[in-house]
Design a protein around this ligand. Sequence first.
Ligand code: UD1
Length: 363
Amino acid sequence: MKITIVAGARPNFMKIAPIIHSIQHEQRNGVNISYRLVHTGQHYDKTMSDTFFEELLIPLPDANLEVGSGTQAVQTAMIMIRFEEELLKNPTDVVLVVGDINSTMACSIVAKKLGIQLVHVEAGIRSFDLNMPEEINRMVTDAIADHFFTTSEFANNNLIKAGIGKERIHFVGNTMIDTLLSNSNKFRKPDFFRTKNLIEKKYIVLTLHRPSNVDDLENLERLLLKISANSGNLPIVFPAHPRTVVNLRKLNTLPINIQLIEPLGYLEFMYLVKNSFAVITDSGGIQEETTVMKVPCLTLRKNSERPETITVGTNELIHSVDDIPRWMSILFAGKWKSGNIPELWDGNTSTRIVKRLRELYTG
Ligand code: UD1
């Protein structure tokens, strides 16, 4: 069986790493399975890409399509053109895509139109918010995939409601959590802990990159001021995504306790999150990681495609800037929920995926 695995942007890398390691494990046991890793180049900065390959021991990609940045349409189109060339040159039995970024959708369409079996890992999740490009990516990918590997019952139900037969839905858990658990003894304290006088559990981590939070300058400023004013003077460490930095540069000043830093690698970022008092974010994956590490998570969004992080885990949605004081006061009163771990988020998801792929495609 030949599998082409696609990865394009930062949140994909922690999802593919354990799948590749499980395939390599099977190969060492003499199983006839091979993979080809294709990086679309959607993310290309060292801090957004290479560092993750090095730290997560992901083999270098067999091909890099080097598509870079662009509008939604330009980026999607570039990925499609170059991925089609890639598949015509290197035929494969199965294309495996993960997550919900533009690369996921673009490569799915190309694979399916070439008549190749398409497998989606992290299928079925939905925010029901079509203003998010990711929601469109999820819907399109799930409309054409052949097999669906899911992280939750919520995802299973969404797929069933869309008319997908149960035999094509495989509830396996969360590969991002495989990566988290297998690397937890390697998390590394960043040097800036010393220079910034940070103390474990006495700082807040902030990440923001969604267009709805960062693209409008006034909105971004209001958000930062409100967070700062309600943070009990704790330092707020803010590793900023490149698209956020572009707008932050246009602001005159940042609130005094917000400490802007470069994007971190995986091992340092996870150390930072694990040892924080709380995390404020608009990321998808961080909602899951904080749930597993039992760190309070305040998600600055109106919806989540990962509702189990709220019903089971430590996450809460902050619908508007005006709700920040109320939630922060619950946090500082020590009344945040402690949370539990969602079903099958146990570190063995990739083993289950590769086992199932063998059953499906090698008989
Ligand atoms: C993408 C994903 C999003 C994911 C996020 C994680 C889509 C639609 N969005 O959003 O789901 O949560 O990645 O980071 O696929 N840039 C750089 N260097 C890089 C990458 C990006 O400077 O290595 C800058 C460019 O100016 C670019 C902008 O960041 O225009 C946005 O990058 P893009 O890949 O379009 O979307 P993200 O916001 O990163």
